[in-house]
Design a protein around this ligand. Structure first.
Ligand code: SF4
Length: 509
């Protein structure tokens, strides 16, 4: 078995195996190593698909988590990581934290196996060992930072073994800026593979059979009720929701491609969009959130599918009346800032505004794309500062500038806001994990936001009770009342400055 693949020594393993490389090292060093190791083409594609922002390192969780999660959510799919043990530990931990309930495969390496090319041989052996067609449709191998920078050539793996598809992808933190976009790396690779299969001959039908109506593929991981809500909205236009991509099963990829149009609900799936476009499918951006968003989105979907104006109007009438009722009876009355890295931030922002919120800032770690332009324009027309590729510093500056009554954001933003006595909600767990679309989306968002804002009195009470206890030098667990030693600090600083001066003098002289 091992004879079918040449054992290729890694071109630049020594450079990338140097101590200290990883997401904590400079990206230039890693990019340089990867380019020398023959990964220029894939990195150039990533640079085109996922343009960088102001910071040169990931500011959220390891980007590879996005690809790993997409693989782990699929039936009959094994996902194997190739990377440093510390990265794999973190990724495995996070996977199980988010309920993976699936084994994460790992091919370990050390300097020797990396330098000699044995790592690739080990990966190939692992893939052959796992490729059981009774259990699997697909095996995904993910190169993390160091194997990517070393040029571990996953493209030399066989495309399939015993009928099990093999998909090798590079997902380095220095090439893919967010975990959201890393979902696209794997989803795009899978759609590409499935499209080639579909072009070569007949493929498996979806488990529940082909839909008799023209279908819309929804692009983006969303709350499970949202596809059902969207299905009800588009039914008057004679359309059905087909598949949500990234899919949960290999054969759903064919169904996803076999659609009338694609709704890019999450706007960062650039590689996936490329595959749908290659299959001749029109792409529609934005989503049915709020009254104006729903009105516009139904019109765009109808136009993309050649639906008559009368049927588009029927779909609009069915949903918009009920939504007006909800928005007339409940309101959000508060100043809010919003930031996140899921890619759906602009949609939530639209909905907040339609619910009455005084939204000042929306920051997304994801980039501007043609599929979120409509939302960005709409938000800007309402006076909202829209920041793509937002850094943590920009998100925090917005909190300080606008002094919101509620800060919705990432973990560090929420933590900082709470320290400032501002009620806050974690975007990923508390906003993303709810319906957003249609009437249910508006009702649910109003409820969670108003409940959080209502907590201000509790924050004030806690602040008054605790005062400055546990802040600054007094942070941590103390058995006695902390005693400050300003003299000691002064002395330490004096010695430090003395040493600095001495070092400078030595350098100069
Ligand atoms: S794989 Fe992830 S955790 Fe590891 S060095 Fe790269 S970005 Fe950091």
């Amino acid at each position: 078995m091992s004879a079918i693949i040449p054992i290729t020594p890694l071109p630049n393993a020594a450079a990338a195996s140097a101590d200290g490389l990883g997401c904590h090292a400079g990206k230039d060093q890693m990019l340089d190593a990867a380019a020398k190791a023959g990964k220029s083409e894939v990195l150039a594609q990533y640079a085109a698909d996922y343009p960088k922002g102001p910071h040169d390192q990931p500011q959220s969780m390891c980007p590879a988590f996005g690809s790993l999660r997409v693989g782990l959510r699929m039936r009959r799919t094994a996902t194997i990581l190739s990377g440093s043990a510390c990265c794999v530990y973190g990724l495995t931990f996070t996977s199980h934290f988010y309920g993976a309930r699936r084994t994460v495969g790992y091919v370990p390496f050390n300097s020797e196996t990396l330098v000699t090319g044995k790592l690739f041989e080990d990966i190939r052996d692992a893939v052959h060992e796992q490729a059981d067609p009774d259990k699997l449709d697909c095996i995904v191998i993910i190169n993390l930072c160091v194997p990517t920078a070393s040029g571990v050539p996953l493209q030399l793996l066989p495309k399939e073994i015993n009928g099990v598809r093999i998909i090798g992808i590079d997902v380095p933190g220095f090439g893919v800026p967010t975990h959201a976009e890393a979902k696209d790396v794997l989803a795009g690779a899978m759609l590409h593979y499935a499209r080639q299969e579909a072009m070569a001959g007949p493929v498996a039908a979806p488990r529940q059979g082909r839909n008799s109506k023209p279908t819309i593929t929804l692009l983006g991981e969303m709350f499970p009720a949202d596809p059902m809500i969207i299905a009800q909205m588009i039914a008057p236009m004679g359309l059905a929701v087909g598949t949500v991509a990234p899919t949960r099963e290999w054969r759903e990829l064919y169904a996803a491609l076999d659609c009338k149009a694609v709704a890019a609900i999450h706007p960062f799936y650039t590689a996936s969009v490329r595959e749908f476009q290659a299959a001749g499918r029109p792409i529609v951006g934005s989503a049915p959130v709020g009254i104006e968003g729903t009105h516009d989105w139904l019109g765009s979907i109808g136009a993309a599918c050649g639906v008559s104006q009368a049927d588009i109007d029927a779909a609009r009438n069915q949903t918009l009346g009920a939504m007006r009722g909800v928005l007339a009876s409940q309101k959000i009355k508060a100043r809010i800032t919003l930031s996140g890295y899921e890619g759906s931030e602009l949609l939530v922002a639209r909905l907040l505004i339609e619910c009455g919120a005084d939204l000042r800032y929306v920051g997304s770690a994801c980039p501007a794309t043609p599929w979120n332009k409509h939302d960005a324009d709409w938000l800007q027309s309402k006076g909202v500062h829209v920041q793509f590729r937002a850094s943590l510093e920009q998100d925090m500056a917005a909190v300080h500038e606008f002094k919101p009554q509620l800060a919705i954001g990432t973990t560090p933003v929420v933590q900082a806001a709470k320290e400032l006595c501002i009620p806050s909600l974690y975007f990923t767990n508390l906003i993303s994990a709810r319906p957003l679309m249609g009437v249910a989306g508006a009702g649910s968002l109003i409820q969670v936001v108003n409940a959080a804002i209502g907590n201000q009195a509790r924050f004030d009470e806690m602040k008054a009770f605790f005062g400055s206890v546990g802040q600054g030098d007094e942070a941590g667990v103390w058995e006695d009342v902390p005693v400050m030693h300003p003299d000691f600090k002064k002395e330490v600083r004096r010695q430090f400055e003395k040493k600095q001066k001495k070092r400078k003098a030595e350098e100069m002289g």
